[in-house]
Design a protein around this ligand. Structure first.
Ligand code: PGA
Length: 245
């Protein structure tokens, strides 16, 4: 079933002291929110801290990447089983920063989504076009390829268990947001592509979501919430975004 989500992506930010404050403040303010699921995806080393801090809270937590391998000689990697061991619910896969700086391709991203599902985690699969691709009119074909790779490895039942985040690369961390109409056009396209799973998959928007632009985005019929980077490091801004759903 489509649900409303606001998911924070802390990226490579935080310290134990800062996280303590942020998580405590989020937990306190989230208690009054209804009808929206909240989660934070934190750096690997802070997952145990999130798990402890959020134990009594309605906020879930997850990681920002995962290995496709279950265990073994993969120095520096973290497996789905390890994330599950710390009760992670979510893992972001295919974030554009992984695609861009770590050369992750569509097939690897699809395999990560499959590995996450098999291990009992919900993958948040990111798709999105660069500015160059948008300007050359290739937005929908880029999204189509990114989605098709995922659909090629997941059956319809598995597909209905993922969360998708549409994040135009040109809008991430730039302060430039896709207009609600630009975002809706892509979200509608994604939903059509999901065919049998269309009513079950939540499709989130990401890219410079802030308290002042959230409402107009969430009013679009195919936008089910947001993946929030920068603004998720500020408890008040994050909760204001969640209140706009
Ligand atoms: P941003 O990041 O909100 O800082 O643009 C979003 C994301 O990368 O998930």
């Amino acid at each position: 079933m489509r649900r409303s989500f606001i998911i924070g992506n802390w990226k490579m930010n935080g310290s134990r002291a800062e996280n303590d404050q942020l998580l405590a403040s989020l937990s306190e303010q989230a208690a009054n929110l209804n009808g929206v699921e909240l989660a934070v995806c934190v750096p690997f080393v802070y997952i145990a801290q999130a798990s402890e801090s959020l134990a009594a809270s309605c906020i879930a937590f997850g990681a920002q990447d995962v290995s496709v391998h279950p265990s073994g000689a993969y120095t520096g990697e973290i497996s789905v089983g390890m994330l599950a061991d710390f009760n992670c619910h979510y893992v972001i896969v295919g974030h554009s920063e992984r695609r861009q700086y770590h050369q992750e391709g569509n097939l690897l991203v699809a395999k990560k989504a499959l590995a996450a599902l098999k291990g009992g985690l919900t993958p948040i699969v990111c798709v999105g076009e660069t500015l160059e691709q948008r300007e050359s009119g290739d937005t929908l074909s880029v999204i189509e390829q990114q989605l098709s790779s995922v659909q090629a490895v997941l059956d319809n039942d598995s597909l209905s268990q993922i969360v998708i985040a549409y994040e135009p690369v040109w809008a991430i961390g730039t302060g430039l947001t896709a207009s609600p109409e630009q975002a809706q056009e892509v979200h509608e396209f994604i939903r059509k592509k999901l065919s049998g799973a269309a009513d079950k998959v939540s499709v989130l928007y990401g890219g410079s979501v802030k308290p002042d632009n959230a409402k107009a985005l969430f009013q679009q019929p195919d936008i089910d919430g947001a993946l929030v980077g920068g603004a998720s490091l500020d408890a008040l801004a994050f909760i204001q975004i969640a209140s706009a759903v």
